[in-house]
Design a protein around this ligand. Structure first.
Ligand code: NAD
Length: 498
């Protein structure tokens, strides 16, 4: 078979694509296992094109005839709708959302210029010794967007898709999320481009310690406080904290949050994001005169956020009719009791097959005829393509970035309300803040005390966002951005930065 490349319009960036990555791309394109064509094994392919940034699969058009495979880089503008074309990157989306709010609030040009980009991005390449004696060089990043309101704060993720672009976007969102929650932090995010499923525990520990030692000079309990994110957990935080403490020659437990309870973690952190989602739904329901005891709900994603949201909404009287996980969705019109579906998931590994339910797709879950929809799995699931089919009156974003700006406009125009991620899922970082405070004061609170403090933070945050959105007659996301950007820009002004 002949492999032919057609280069896209841009040629100012060079990316290295390994044969194994090509295999993944082909699998995705053809939706079946597809070995790398002969002759390419163990060879690296250089593809050029700015369009590759962020999403390799989305930026390649693939076509095949009997004896020719054409790999074509595409630019954003050439992208065919629904095809293999380039999607907007998360950073494009983050800047677009920022710009909308900045325009409405007539934010001065200097402040805009500063806020559009992170203040600092550290990119590191660090070696890790594998169990078989090989040394593998990994790449990681820490992006610090803005610290006008306090030390930087944000998670560190391990994922093969981590790019500098993604980390930049996520750090910007963290600035707004902390400002909306009214906690004294700025925004940061970090990540390592790695598939942790292929690491042994020892390799993971060596990678974690090595990465943290590389970013150590820019983190610290009063500088930048990382936390868990995708595929990192309390164990990862324990290694980070230990590595930092060795370096500092003291016990620096406040350098990270999301730690195990035994070394300074906070009670209530596990459930905090789902608890926060349910509190914001309750506050929105009051404003929208929705009776939660007569309301129905669908939840996409049945992990940490989805399950706790289910539990707390059910306690408020909401009937959950549909839930889903990566294997698909289920619908039961008489309601899906939380404890029963949890037990089923624990036993079988999925919600699928729950007694008395029918199987539906993940897309069906989003388009369900319910009052409340909670996307709690992936980003970019509500887009211009399906927004008109969303029937819920209220969408509470448990996940980060599930709704595109185009979909926001459609939903707002149709009178539907979206509680944006930077408000709806801010319960997690708010409890991280409470953990940090407990660490610094060496005094620990009961679960009840933590939950009560979280409640106060979120009720106030919701009220402020609702007030700003109503006074500007904009959707809640734009309201939340206006509110957050206003706080950050005031702090920048008073500190003399602009
Ligand atoms: P998780 O890994 O615990 O759960 C993710 C769930 O999504 C799993 O049930 C998985 O089966 C499901 N899923 C995966 N692919 C799916 C698909 N195609 N369709 C439907 N479901 C699918 O993750 P989490 O901690 O619950 O995080 C979920 C989202 O919430 C992410 O966007 C995360 O960034 C965001 N978030 C999490 C927290 C937190 O404290 N955990 C805080 C803020 C934001």
């Amino acid at each position: 078979m002949t492999i032919r490349f057609r280069w896209g319009l841009f040629d100012d960036d060079i990316y290295l694509l390994h044969a194994s990555d090509l295999e993944k791309i082909l699998c995705t394109a053809y939706k079946k296992p597809c070995p790398v064509p002969q002759g390419l094994k163990k060879k690296d392919l250089y593809l050029s094109g700015k369009g590759l940034n962020g999403n390799m699969v989305g930026s390649l058009a693939i076509s095949q005839t009997a004896n020719e495979l054409v790999l074509e880089t595409t630019s954003k503008h050439e992208a065919a709708p629904g095809g293999m074309g380039m999607q907007k990157t998360q950073y494009d989306m983050a800047v677009e959302q920022f710009q909308r709010a900045a325009d409405i609030m007539r934010l001065d040009a200097n402040t805009q210029e500063i806020l559009r980009k992170p203040r600092r991005i550290l990119s590191v390449n660090f070696p890790v010794k594998m169990d078989d004696g090989r040394i593998v060089l990994y790449q990681g990043f820490r992006s610090q967007h803005n610290n006008a309101l306090g030390p930087y704060k944000g998670g560190i993720r391990y994922h093969p898709g981590v790019t500098i672009d993604e980390v930049k976007a996520l750090s910007m969102w963290m600035t707004w999320k902390c400002a909306v929650a009214g906690i004294p932090f700025g925004g940061a995010k970090g990540g390592v481009t790695v598939d942790p499923k292929h690491l042994s525990k020892g390799e993971n520990e060596r990678l974690s310690r090595s990465f943290f030692s590389m970013i150590m000079e820019i983190v610290g309990p009063y500088r930048d406080i990382p936390a868990p994110d995708v595929y990192t957990d309390s164990q990862t935080m324990a290694w980070f904290m230990d590595e930092y403490s060795r370096f500092e020659k003291n016990n620096s437990i406040a350098v990270v949050t999301g730690k195990p309870i035994i070394i300074g973690g906070s009670l209530g952190r596990d459930a905090a994001t789902g608890r926060g989602v349910s509190v914001t739904v309750r506050e929105a329901a009051k404003q929208l005169k929705m009776d939660l005891k007569r309301s129905t709900c669908a939840i996409q994603g049945f992990g940490n956020v989805g399950t706790y949201t289910h539990q707390f909404l059910e306690e408020m009287g909401v009937k959950v009719l549909a839930v889903s996980d990566s294997k698909g969705g289920i619908l039961k019109k008489t309601g899906i009791p939380f404890r029963e579906v949890m037990a089923h998931k624990k036993k079988t590994g999925s919600v699928i097959g729950f007694p008395g339910s029918e199987i539906i797709t993940n897309e069906d879950v989003l388009e369900m005829d319910v009052d409340i929809l909670v996307p709690a799995a992936l980003e970019n699931v509500i887009t211009g393509k399906n927004a008109r089919s969303i029937r819920a009156k209220l969408v509470a974003e448990g996940a980060n970035g599930p709704t595109s700006p185009e979909a926001d406009d459609i939903l707002f125009h149709n009178g539907q309300h979206v509680i944006p991620d930077i408000l709806a899922n801010s319960g997690g970082v708010s409890t991280s803040y409470l953990e940090w405070v407990q660490n610094l004061q060496h005094l620990y609170w009961s679960l009840e005390e933590v939950d009560n403090r979280l409640e106060v933070i979120l009720v106030r945050a919701f009220a402020e966002v609702w007030k700003t959105s109503s006074s500007h007659n904009v959707d809640m996301r734009t309201g939340a951005y206006i509110h957050a950007i206003g706080k950050v820009s005031d702090a920048m002004k008073i500190r003399g930065w602009v």
